[in-house]
Design a binder for this molecule. Structure first.
Ligand code: HEM
Length: 132
């Protein structure tokens, strides 16, 4: 049912999915342990597919529990196979202002000039036909 269920648990060593730390970690397939886990299957399922180091350590698992982990150890994460998370870099103040300035200024000038041009045109039109 949970064919690819894995929990990452790693004592002390920096683990995966944490951007600033090296991506290493031990992977445990706890599929067959779900029903037997004294803490219940829910906590294991919640910790599935992510770094569960802190969750595991917070419980204060016994030495027996740590020994038992070996039974479910399936391998280490190969960091080169992890998908690269795209990093968002917000535009700097300088580039933002420079980008806005070009079209922004032109628009402001047009907003000011356009009504004047229309008014001027109307007055010229009127005075031209009034003379005739
Ligand atoms: C392969 C991984 C794991 C193994 C072999 C394991 C094993 C055990 C064992 C043997 C116990 C009984 C208490 C003890 O001896 O310490 C236990 C309790 C417990 N475990 Fe795990 N565990 C694993 C992963 C996790 C994870 C990832 C979490 C949390 C997300 C977790 C949460 C708990 C909780 C909440 C208890 C109950 C503690 C209590 O009621 O005192 N376990 N576990």
């Amino acid at each position: 049912m949970y064919a690819d269920l894995c929990v990452l648990v790693d004592e002390g060593v920096p683990n995966c999915f944490v951007e600033e730390k090296p991506k290493t970690g031990r992977v445990y397939d706890v599929t067959s342990f779900l029903d037997d886990h004294p803490g219940g299957d829910e906590v294991l399922l919640t910790a599935t597919g992510k770094d569960a180091t802190d969750d595991f350590e917070d419980v204060g698992h016994s030495d027996d529990a740590r020994e038992l982990m070996n039974k479910y150890f399936i391998g280490e994460i190969v960091s080169s196979t992890l998908p690269v998370e795209p990093k968002y870099t917000p535009p700097t103040q300088a580039t933002r202002v420079a980008g806005e300035q070009g079209s922004g200024n032109l628009w402001k000038i047009l907003q000011f000039l356009l009504p004047l041009l229309i008014l001027g045109g109307a007055l010229a039109f009127r005075s031209f036909y009034q003379k005739e």
